[in-house]
Design a protein around this ligand. Structure first.
Ligand SMILES: [Fe+2]
Length: 278
């Protein structure tokens, strides 16, 4: 139990600003309806929660419950911290989340599962927080060692989300996004039936979204061209062909949702950092 919860988080200045703004947008997370209070102070972010007037400082919260809406708000907060480290990834998780959630609905998942898929999309690259920014933004080809460091992010995502057992399904959808049906993916080299429908959807959403984004080493692709590449990966037994077909038959709808989500995230990034995404 955390009595009258107040703690400090050490963050880079840009992340402090982003987190402070993000916390303002997070829906009430269940602390008896009281909002979290945030102030930046001395290079650190002070995070506390309000208590009723007259409540002794030693009183403990009677309840702290996080529902799916609260999870989505927190996942969106983490999405900003993850993506805003680089202008090249500033809108990536927003695009993956929108694409994956739409594909999940088209695949017949329930409304609740579609929202869980959105949260998984926000969190799928959380392990990139362990990857140095100079590797994420390196303009030239990566060395084998650097590429191996980047690949470790999927395992880090798994270990970070694993700390919340109730997010087990979300974790598998999020952290297995680099696995491949033929077993040649990472980090666990799962294949075929070891990969759930949700994990397969996330893989397609991640590849499709990434291809439509500008990178230091290549230009962004139009949606139709990105779909061609996704199709090739489906035919090569890397991605699920049924999900690829779903994307192909609803390309305009899915891509419009992705673009809208990434445009909004780009505006948010610009407002937070004063510069636009790449
Ligand atoms: Fe990733």
């Amino acid at each position: 139990m955390i009595p009258h919860a107040t703690y400090y988080v050490n963050l880079a200045p840009a992340s402090q600003q982003v987190l402070a703004r993000s916390l303002d947008t997070v829906p009430a997370v269940g602390y008896r309806g009281k909002r979290w209070l945030t102030t930046t102070k001395g290079g650190r972010l002070r995070v506390g929660c309000a208590s009723a007037p007259g409540t002794p400082a030693s009183a403990e919260p009677a309840e702290f419950r996080l529902d799916l809406e609260g999870l989505l708000g927190l996942a969106d907060l983490f999405r900003r911290i993850i993506d805003f480290r680089s202008p090249f990834t500033a809108t990536h998780s927003a695009g993956v989340a929108a694409t994956a959630a739409r594909l999940a609905c088209l695949a017949g998942l329930s409304e609740m599962e579609c929202r869980m898929m959105r949260a998984a999309g926000y969190l799928h690259d959380i392990g990139k927080l362990a990857v140095p920014a100079e590797i994420l933004e390196k303009p030239g080809p990566l060395t084998k060692h650097e590429f191996n460091i980047i690949k470790q992010h999927a395992f880090h995502s798994y270990r970070i989300i694993e700390s919340l057992p109730t997010l087990d399904v979300v974790n598998r959808w999020a952290s297995l996004h680099h696995e491949r049906l033929d077993g040649r993916g990472y980090p666990f080299h799962y294949s075929g039936r070891e990969l759930s429908l949700g994990s397969r959807i996330m893989s397609v959403a991640d590849v499709f979204t990434a291809l439509t984004e500008q990178r230091p080493y290549r230009h962004a692709m139009e949606a139709a061209k990105a779909l061609d590449v996704v199709r090739e990966l489906g035919c090569a037994s890397a991605l699920d062909l049924e999900i690829v077909s779903l994307l192909a038959s609803h390309l305009d709808e899915v891509d419009a949702e992705r673009r809208a989500a990434q445009a909004a995230a780009g505006e948010d990034y610009k407002a937070s950092t004063g510069k636009g995404p790449a």
